[in-house]
Design a protein. Sequence first.
Length: 197
Amino acid sequence: MAAAGSSKTANLLLCLTMISFVQLAQSSPSGDKGIKGFHGKKLSFTLYQQETINKTSYMVVGGVAGAGVSETTTPFGTVYVFRDDLTVRAERSSRVAGVVEGTSVTTSFDGLRSLSLGKITLDHRGHRGSVSVLGGTHNTRPSDCPVVGGTGDFGYAVGYVRTSPVNLRARGSSVTFKVEFHLYWPPYAHYAPTSKH
Ligand SMILES: *[C@@H]1O[C@H](CO)[C@@H](O)[C@H](O)[C@H]1NC(C)=O
């Protein structure tokens, strides 16, 4: 009796397991081969942001108070708009894997901190789409910017992007930033509708 009972339970469990597998297979949207296997998981990679003042980044509003313009500070209220390439290595000549389009506004009176927002469009390691970031950045220290969402293969990504200057005292007006992506897809992302990038 007990043996029959446990075998029934085993059968039921097997059946439920199989139903779960079928449901998982059916709910996997077609055309997501590039992202299959990392929903609910993590993805980390590093790229390098190449910025040149008056070429890929422009000051569009002058600041009004606080610190003056120096190598590391800008007056409170200064607004920059940028469109910088993201390369796979620190060298400017290395392969371009994406672009970051964004703006930053100086929000501290010591001229060191800004509110930054950006759309990062990527085509890297078989993943295509964009990641949107919004948060505070520091001119001389590593800054963590929360990822607020994404499109394409990065739809529903969360996590953060850590930006740190590689060569602060660069020759001329060119600066390179190391950009470390730490992305995570919560389990619900698997069931959410997909968007284009
Ligand atoms: C960028 O251009 C502005 C306006 O022409 C100029 O005042 C500034 O010195 C330039 N900055 C650099 C780093 O070349």
